[in-house]
Design a protein around this ligand. Structure first.
Ligand code: ATP
Ligand code: MG
Length: 560
């Protein structure tokens, strides 16, 4: 039942680069980092990045840092910081040293900005956001230089110090790099590296009223931490020249290299914190850790194992080509790891009562059954029989289709780990609904084949006297559209992804389960035989009131 499952490492272009760097002695050891912005909970896309960064450090005997990229005070909070740490640890990784924060480097970043001003490489600009957009130019036309670009170094130093001291209103001034307004790369057109924003920061409080921008912060943070390989997603490819420019122009003694790989996009899910946040704030899901959410906390609550998520990350690979993956790949990886991890027990989700008319104490026996057919070390438990049992409504049909091997009037099935049973009588209510079956046991069939006939069907069941009640929460995909945020309307506009929520994504049933699960702690994963994988809920489950979440069905019901 161990969750340790270090998926073997599959080669990719980043691994190859690292191997070459180590072989050529460019580095003695590697340092990577995972740099989330603490503005939401981590999702399955981050899981890909975590497995990559921490996996490389592990496999090459290097280090991986966890760094909160906290330069946008309005959107960031300690709640997110905590959850990010929990998610990384749950996935099975531990960062080297303390958690780091970009905000730890605010003083250093400020000092480097002063250095850039002194070198004539940065200037204070008074253009407002709208003017700046107009000056920036477009993809095919060059930008224009700001009228403030040629301020003297002295004036810039003075203004920047006064920006920091809080003399100017929010948005009234910025600090910009002096690179090239005619560059074909828009990121190099004198990018803003500091803005004035009077916002309370989750760590530095009100110490600062100017905050550094992402591009400027990121490369310097990497260099200060002596990161060797800075891995990010492809949308930052065009930012790499800026990353390199900053590190080349300041007096820092090392220069990490940035490499880009493609973002994971998971079908029937969203991989954007902003959009996931919208689902949470609109109350469309039950929080960031709703088991339908593609967040790491959601997947955890759903019952996915860390090993399953790691296996998934390994399967989807790391490259520069599109990484659009069907949900079935994730579910398949989860199923595959649970298959050997999860003990198997019986649950009946849609019970139909069966009375065993020839059940007799002492004559009818109970058997012991293993928790896993291939893992005797999981142990065994008694599967008790009594006069009344529960079977699934689905396992009985009055007028069955061709090829039916389950129960029918007058037909026989094997009760899992028990006797062969014949359906003698069907009891209905006034509306004609089947409410009970009266069946007989063949007493010669406990652990033995029936004589003179073959009984093919095997169904699961529970002794009514022994079974305990449980709430079982059935989850399905959150969206009905494979790419809910990419659907376009009549005029080419994006349709709000909230319109594609799957109304059948959540249902609750009152089920019967084996008593043995009652003592299970929260987050215990089981296979309910023939039904799927289930987990005791992380928060709601207790011995007094067992609550299970369906992790994944045994087969992919979405396959056509
Ligand atoms: P979001 O849009 O969800 O906020 P982000 O990229 O802005 O995503 P960050 O917190 O900045 O989120 O991401 C931290 C790290 O995780 C980055 O290095 C980023 O490249 C990586 N990452 C984020 N989303 C994905 C994804 N879908 N696939 C792979 N890596 C991702
Ligand atoms: Mg972001």
């Amino acid at each position: 039942m161990s969750t340790e499952h270090n998926a073997p490492s599959v080669s990719n272009f980043i691994r190859n680069i690292i191997e070459e760097d180590l072989a050529a002695n460019r580095h003695q050891t590697i340092v990577t980092r995972f740099p989330p912005e603490p503005n939401g909970y981590l999702h399955v896309g981050h899981a890909k990045s975590i497995c990559l960064n921490f996996g490389l450090a592990r496999d090459f005997g290097g280090q991986c840092h966890l760094r909160m990229d906290d330069t946008n005070p309005e959107k960031e909070s300690d709640e997110y910081v905590r959850s990010i740490q929990d998610s990384v640890r749950w996935l099975g990784f531990e960062w080297d040293g303390d958690v780091r924060y970009a905000s730890d480097y605010f003083d250093a970043l400020y000092a480097y900005a002063v250095e850039l001003i002194q070198a004539g490489k940065a200037f204070v600009c008074d253009l407002d956001a709208e003017q700046m957009r107009a000056y920036r130019g477009g993809l095919t036309e060059p930008g224009r230089e700001s009228p403030f670009r040629n301020r003297s170094i002295e004036e810039n130093l003075d203004l920047f110090a006064r920006m920091r001291a809080g003399e100017f209103a929010d948005g009234s001034k910025t600090l910009r790099l002096k690179i090239d307004m005619a560059s074909g790369n828009v990121n190099l057109r004198d990018p803003v590296i500091y803005r004035i924003r009077r916002a309370h920061h989750h760590r530095t409080g009100d110490t600062w009223c100017i905050y550094p921008m992402y591009d400027y912060t990121h490369c310097i943070s990497d260099a200060l931490e002596r990161v060797t390989h800075s891995l990010c997603t492809l949308e930052f490819e065009d930012h790499r020249p800026l990353y390199d420019w900053v590190l080349d122009e300041i007096s820092i003694d090392n220069h990490p290299r940035q490499y880009e790989f493609s973002r994971l996009e998971l079908l029937y899910a969203l991989t954007s914190k902003r959009k996931l946040n919208a689902l949470v704030t609109d109350g469309l899901v039950d929080g960031w850790d709703d088991p339908r959410m593609p967040t790491i906390e959601g997947m955890r609550r759903r019952g996915y194992s860390p090993a399953g998520v790691q296996l998934f990350a390994q399967r989807i690979g790391v490259s520069k080509s599109e990484n659009i993956i069907d949900m079935s790949v994730l579910e398949g990886a989860v199923r595959e790891t649970l298959e050997s991890e999860a003990p198997r027990v019986i649950a009946v989700l849609n019970p139909l009562k069966v009375t065993l008319v020839n059940y007799a104490e002492g004559v009818s026996g109970s058997r012991s059954a293993p928790f896993h057919p291939h893992h005797p070390e999981f142990g065994e438990r008694l599967v008790p029989l009594s006069r009344e049992i529960w079977i699934e409504q689905d396992d009985f049909a009055e007028e069955p289709p061709a090829g039916w091997q389950r129960l029918r009037p007058g037909g026989e099935v094997r009760l899992r780990y028990s006797y062969v049973m014949r359906c003698e009588e069907v009891v209905k209510d006034e509306s004609g609904r089947v409410i009970e079956l009266k069946c007989s046991l063949d007493h010669e069939t406990l652990g033995q084949n029936p004589v003179g006939r073959k009984v093919k069907g095997v169904i699961h069941w529970l002794s009514a006297e022994h079974a305990i009640e449980a709430e079982v929460r059935l989850y399905d995909r959150l969206f009905t559209e494979p790419r809910p945020d990419a659907v376009r309307g009549e005029y080419g506009e994006y349709v709000d992804f909230r319109q594609f929520l799957n109304p059948a994504s959540f249902a609750t049933v009152t089920a019967w389960v084996e008593p043995v699960v009652q003592s299970a702690p929260a987050e215990t994963r089981y296979q309910f035989e023939r039904l799927g994988y289930f987990v005791t809920d992380r928060y709601l489950h207790s011995a007094a009131r067992p609550v299970f979440n369906r992790t994944v069905a045994l087969r992919d019901a979405w396959q056509k």
